[in-house]
Structure formats: C-alpha cells, structure tokens
Design a protein around this ligand. Structure first.
Ligand code: ME8
Length: 511
C-alpha cells in the first residue's frame, strides 16, 4: 500500500483575478505534489476558491452582478490560470459548492451543541477588506495590521467560538511540536505575539451582510468567512459530523497546508481549535511561505501593480514562469520579480545552462553518430566526477524537498546541468571527433545523454513540460524516479529525435 500524502493550498478569494504572488503558491504546491507522486506517494492535492464575504458582495454589486454570477466568473478564471500553469491538483473546490455549504452548517451545529459556540454581542474594530475584527492593541498606527487600511467600530449580536478554552492546549501543542508551523520565525511570531498574550473568544457570525452560509436556525446571521473557508480542507474530502467517508479517513489529517505568511494566524490558531472542537486530528504541518514582491514592492489586487502569471506565460512560456518563482523565492525570505530579473534568469539558466546543454549534446550525437545512442568502455578520470555529481543529486533534492526548501532542490537539479556543461569543456568532443577518437567520443556522449536523462527525471516536478520535451528528444521511456539510482538507464542503439531548442534566448529589446 502506498503511503498517502495530502497537500492543500489556500483557497483564493474570488475578489479578483489572482496575481503572480497568489499563483506562486499553486505552482509551489504543484512542485511538491508532483515530487511526492514521483517518490511513490498516493497524493491528494486540493486547491480552490474562497467565495463568500462582504468584500466579494460589494465587488459584485459594484459591477452590477449578483454575488453568485461574480464568483462564478472569477472562480472560472482562477481555475483557468491554475490549469494554464500546468498544476496537477486533484480537486478544485469552491466554498459555494452545496456539499461544502451543508457541511459547514452541520459543523457549526456540532460546535454549538458541544457548548463551544454561544450567542453574545460584539463590539470591535472591523477591517472590511480583510473581514477581520481587531482589538485596539493589535492595530498598527491605528490601522489594520494586515493591510494598513482604516478600521471602523462595529457592534453586533453575534455568535462566538470559545477560543479561550483551547489556549493552553494550543500553546502546549505548538511548544511540543516544533515543526507544526514552518518556518520557525512564523512559529515564534504566533506563540509570542498571539497565543501567549491570551486568546479571546472569536466572533464567528455576521449580520451586516448576507453573502455567506446562514447560521442554522438563525439565518439573519451568516457564518464568519474564516470558519467557512478553513473547513474546506475537510468538507471536500468527505468529512461529515456523523458519517465521515472512507476518503476522509484515508487522507485526513492533511500532511501539509501550504499558505502565505499573512494567513498563518488563521491556520495555526483558529484552525487547530476548530478541529479540536470537532474531535478531529490536526494537520501535520502548516508552512507559511514568503511573499513574492514586484519591483521590491508588495503586490496588491487593489494596488494596481499586479503582474499576472498568464500574461507572463504568454510572453515567456509556462515553465519559465514556474522556474522563476520556484527558484527565486527562498524558504523564509520574500522573493522579488521584475521583467529584467526574469529575462536575466531565463537567458542564464534556462537558455544557456539547460537549453544549450541539451541542444549541443543531441546535435553532436546527430552529427557524429546519426542520432543513435552509442557507448564504449573507454573511460577517463573525469567521468567519475560527472557521474558522482549526477547520481548524488537525487539525495540532495530529496533532502531539500523534505525541508520544503524548493529553491535549493531546483538548484540541486541544475547542478547536474552545470556539471555536464563543464564536462563538455573538459572532454572537448569536437576534438575527439577530429582525432578519430570515436570510442572515447561514444563514451563522452553517452555520459552526457544519460546525465541529461537523469536531470530531466529530477526536473519533472518543477518544469514538467520541459522535462517531457527532453524525454521526447531522447526518445526514451526510462523516466521513472527509480530509474535514476544507477547510471546507464538510456538504452544503447536507440535512435534519438532531432534536436529542438528548448528555450530561445531573449534578445534585449531596443529602447
Ligand atoms: O488569503 N506572494 O486568499 P487570497 C505570495 N481566501 N503569496 C501571496 C501573495 C504574494 N505576494 N499575496 C497573497 C486568502 N499570497 C484566503 C485564504 S484559506 C482557508 C483562505 C497568498 O486570495 C496568500 O498568502 O488573498 C494566500 O495563501 C494565497 O495567496 C491566497 O490569497
């Protein structure tokens, strides 16, 4: 039996088209999911859209649409972008799906029956764009600590969730499970800034708008969007307050909730307490990835500086965008995107290091051996270092991926291509050809082609399309993850396909 692996992304707000930062998250999750599948896990990968709330209702109204019309359009567009970026999610969920809405009501009722929800009155400072109430002490310069906008005083009859009841349990859990929240800086922030100072009961219903899931038996209240949204992780795999499905029993608890750093608070404070209230196990890990900035500035759907993944993909290709975001955002620090940096990386890494290597090697094999894979037993000292680097890459990639250091993992794959380019310089195949040193030339080209094959297997989770193009040129079906444990998988005597450039160099545009 394969071991299961459940990975989720945040569900994106359907308040507008997702920018490259939001899209980074699905690409990152996709690379992890594909990698786990390659390793043999039974992966379940879930993503989707978060569709209720006041802000979305207001946006719809402003466009003269019903909220449902509006979210249908935006959700479709988000899915289109996720598909365009070649992401291999297993299920795309929507919080307006009936199955979800019904279960959220049952969840609310179960928490209420347990005594974890009570009716009270809320007075607080509310940030409409973030759908969040804040206390005075949480404000930064009197403004919302998340988005920096004005907050307004609001008072309403509301249902509360007894977050305070779970404070000690949560504090102990996070202390005892040091990897539950990653990276460590986020974990410390949660513990010291939010949990230890004390948890107040959480207001979990609203009466000021109606675009949400009604509270059972009191429909003038709608359920707070974060209770609605967080439960997507269980409702869509068959959680039910009475009869959870086999799918739920198999995949829950999630192995990884991949989310952005701004919403770690909701996932590491509210979510565990909601789950305890339902007597369900907690997810194994929450990773709050850093942000992607554009021109070193925060990207905002409403700030007007957004760059969109589909536009970038039209201009540079899907894998160039995937490469850039996966490679340029380190584990714990924000990454930066500009057109200039993207073009620089494209030319140096994709066109030069990878593209040229594949093109030169396959072209030489065509020129010297009519596209046939040859080999010989004429080895040289320099071969061992190449082969060690190539075979050693798998362990490095695995270690980096286990730690969610995806940028380091992709670097470890490129180490193969870098080393191979160096091997061309060291062995100078064109001189071997001139000297009629055919047997050595056969070995050199075999080593290069096999290194490229192994590199392409490891590259697949990150740049699937490029990897598949390389397999086509190599005309090989020896592409499994296990096939790279030994050097020599590429079959002698096979005929390669003609070389096709993978990444055309971008020439500097004239001003
Ligand atoms: O937060 N760089 O939705 P969302 C990287 N609906 N990631 C970024 C980013 C950036 N510049 N900007 C945003 C929501 N993100 C909620 C989630 S989950 C139960 C509910 C990330 O559309 C952000 O951190 O605002 C989040 O993980 C995801 O994009 C969707 O953001």
């Amino acid at each position: 039996m394969k071991e299961k692996y459940y990975i989720s992304t945040a569900i994106a707000y359907t308040s507008g088209k997702p920018h490259i930062g939001n899209t980074y998250e699905i690409i990152l999750a996709d690379a992890i999911a594909r990698f786990k599948r390659a390793q043999g896990y039974d992966v379940y990968f879930q993503t989707g859209t978060d569709e209720h709330g006041e802000k979305i209702q207001q946006k719809a109204l402003a466009q003269g649409k019903t909220p449902k019309q509006f979210v249908d359009e935006v959700s479709t567009d988000i899915k289109r972008i996720w598909d365009k970026m070649n992401t291999s999610y297993d299920r795309f969920v929507r919080t307006t799906d009936e199955i979800h809405e019904k279960e959220v009501q049952k969840i609310f009722q179960k928490m209420y029956d347990k005594g974890d929800i009570y009716l009270g009155e809320y007075t607080g400072l509310y940030c409409t764009p973030c759908e969040s109430f804040w206390t005075e002490s949480q404000l930064v310069d009197g403004k919302c600590p998340d988005c920096g906008r004005e907050v307004k005083e609001a008072k309403e009859e509301a249902y509360f969730f007894k977050l305070s009841k779970y404070q000690k349990q949560l504090e102990e859990f996070i202390e005892n499970n040091p990897h539950f929240i990653e990276p460590e800086s986020r974990r410390n922030e949660m513990l010291n800034n939010f949990i230890k100072p004390g948890l107040q009961d959480l207001c979990i219903s609203r009466t000021s708008f109606d675009w949400g899931i009604p509270v059972p038996n009191n429909p003038k209240h709608v359920i707070y969007v974060w209770l609605d949204a967080l439960t997507n992780y269980i409702t869509n795999i068959g959680y039910d307050t009475e009869n959870p499905t086999e799918e739920f029993k198999k995949y829950w608890p999630a192995d990884l909730h991949l989310i952005g750093k701004d919403i770690v608070r909701f996932h590491s404070i509210y979510w565990p307490c909601f789950l305890w209230s339902l007597d369900i196990d907690l997810p194994k890990q929450i990773f709050g990835h850093p942000w992607l900035l554009t021109n070193n500035d925060k990207i905002g759907k409403s700030r007007g500086n957004a760059i969109y993944a589909d536009d970038l993909a039209d201009e540079y290709g899907v894998d160039a965008v995937r490469y850039y975001v996966l490679h340029e955002i380190p584990f714990a620090n924000d990454g930066n995107l500009t057109y200039e940096l993207l073009e620089e990386r494209y030319n140096s890494d994709l066109a030069n290091i990878l593209g040229n290597l594949v093109n030169r090697t396959i072209s030489m094999n065509k020129k010297y051996f009519e596209n046939i894979v040859c080999d010989s037993d004429v080895t040289a000292d320099v071969d061992a270092d190449l082969i060690n680097t190539v075979l050693g890459a798998k362990k490095k990639v695995e270690k980096a991926m286990d730690d969610l250091h995806v940028a380091d993992a992709i670097d470890a794959v490129f180490e193969i291509f870098r080393r191979s380019n160096k091997y061309i310089d060291e062995t100078t195949p064109w001189i071997l050809a001139k000297d009629e040193n055919k047997d050595r030339l056969k070995k050199v080209l075999y080593n290069l082609l096999e290194s490229i094959r192994i590199g392409a297997v490891l590259l697949h989770p990150f740049l699937p399309e490029t990897s598949e193009k390389i397999f086509v040129q190599l005309n090989t079906d020896v592409t499994s993850y296990d096939s790279i444990d030994e050097f020599g998988g590429l079959k002698v005597g096979e005929k390669l396909n003609d070389p096709e450039p993978l990444f055309a160099r971008i020439e500097k545009k004239e001003d």
